[in-house]
Design a protein around this ligand. Structure first.
Ligand code: SF4
Length: 370
């Protein structure tokens, strides 16, 4: 049987394991403290444990972390890490340094099933879900890098590779450990699960997690959104709005709407009007993200005038809509870009057509052989 990974258990789960071993609860608490508070993952350094216990946990628990395959730091302070998971696949995570915070963009899947038209990860197809420990490992490793600078991650966004709510238990479980007092103890306002619009999971999330919710909307008209994001065939805008209203009724939390602006596609006056109509009745702010053009995708960034007038239309209707220019352009920070450079390691066949054709029918994993 596989050994449990040291990041696959929170404090209560360590207590359960120690109970099975006939060991007292406070020993489990000590280990959980070493891992989550002191960022130690070498049993030898857990100095308040007996030698026998250090040996036992060394042999019974998997203490390995993914290896770093590629690490690129841009002049804007962003660092992109390409990790090789313990099961062998490549996973991206991006560290963004700001003046007063450090944000980590984590991946929740290897590849993605949802095949959004503007996304590199969507082009890679789906390989597998990351488990909870693999998602948390990204935070643990980012903190190890930042420790040398006297910093730690303050914000986590689930906006790397994959759709977190399609890997619901692992992603929500990881987010909950990140916020837990006996976990990484990040503020619930600083851990954000971002979804492309899985309506039933949005409704479920309302009671399952205190994390913040961001919705990648990108279009507020069904035909356009379906073209950009095939998931809209399965949950159209009416269904999505119903889910968001339910979420807000239960949580009373504001939602962040992410809106990538693509030239001549979704940011004209008509689309601004449609966005205002969609937001009506929701407590939401909009992040406008000018598209980050990159090879392999046919889309362009709109010009400044187009961005300004779209933003003004929203502002005139009291909808806050800051324009966010992606940090990390130098290090290819849009999701999937670094992994796409290593795409031959994932697979070689274009998967999008097949994934889109399956979007109506089923969410069953579309496995890609490695
Ligand atoms: S944008 Fe997100 S949900 Fe869409 S294909 Fe990319 S990773 Fe998947």
């Amino acid at each position: 049987m596989d050994k449990p990974h040291f990041l696959s258990m929170n404090r209560d789960e360590y207590r359960e394991l120690f109970k099975l071993w006939g060991l007292p609860k406070f020993r489990a608490d000590q280990i959980s403290q070493w891992i989550y508070k002191d960022a130690v993952h070498d049993p030898e350094q857990m100095t308040n444990l007996s030698k026998e216990l250090r040996q036992k946990i060394f042999s019974e628990i998997d203490w390995r972390l993914p290896s770093i395959v590629d690490q690129v730091t841009g002049q804007d302070g962003s660092t992109k890490l390409l990790l090789r998971s313990l099961k062998g696949q490549l996973v991206e995570t991006v560290l963004l340094r700001y003046e007063n915070r450090t944000s980590l963009c984590v991946s929740s899947q290897v590849g993605c099933k949802l095949a959004c038209d503007f996304c590199q990860t969507g082009k890679l197809g789906f390989v597998r879900h990351l488990d909870r420990a693999e998602i948390i490992s990204q935070l643990f490793m980012a903190n190890e890098i930042l420790r040398k600078e006297g910093l730690r991650v303050t914000h986590v966004v689930f906006m790397g590779m994959g759709e977190p709510l399609d890997n619901y238990n692992n992603a929500v479980g990881a987010a909950n450990v990140m916020m837990a007092e006996d976990g990484f103890f990040l503020s619930a306002r600083h851990v954000t699960l971002s979804t492309s619009g899985l309506a039933p999971e949005i409704e479920k999330l309302a009671t399952d997690s205190r994390a913040a919710l961001a919705l990648s909307l990108h279009a507020s008209r069904d035909d356009l959104r379906t073209k950009l994001m095939p998931i809209n065939r399965r949950y159209n805008l009416e269904r999505l709005k119903q889910a968001l209203l339910h979420y807000q009724k239960v949580t009373d939390k504001k939602i962040t709407i992410e809106y990538i602006m693509i030239k001549d596609t979704n940011c004209g006056p008509q689309e601004a009007k449609e966005l205002v109509k969609f937001i009506h009745g929701l407590k939401a702010k909009v992040n406008l993200i000018p598209f980050n053009a990159h090879p392999g995708l046919p889309f362009q960034r709109p010009d400044d005038e187009e961005i300004r007038s779209f933003q003004k239309y929203l502002a005139d209707r009291s909808i806050p809509a800051p324009v966010r220019y992606s940090k990390g352009l130098e290090v290819s920070a849009a999701c999937g870009q670094l992994a796409a450079k290593h795409a031959e390691e994932l697979h070689s066949k274009p998967e999008r057509k097949r994934l889109v054709s399956q979007m109506d029918a089923s969410f069953a994993p579309v496995e890609v052989s490695l």
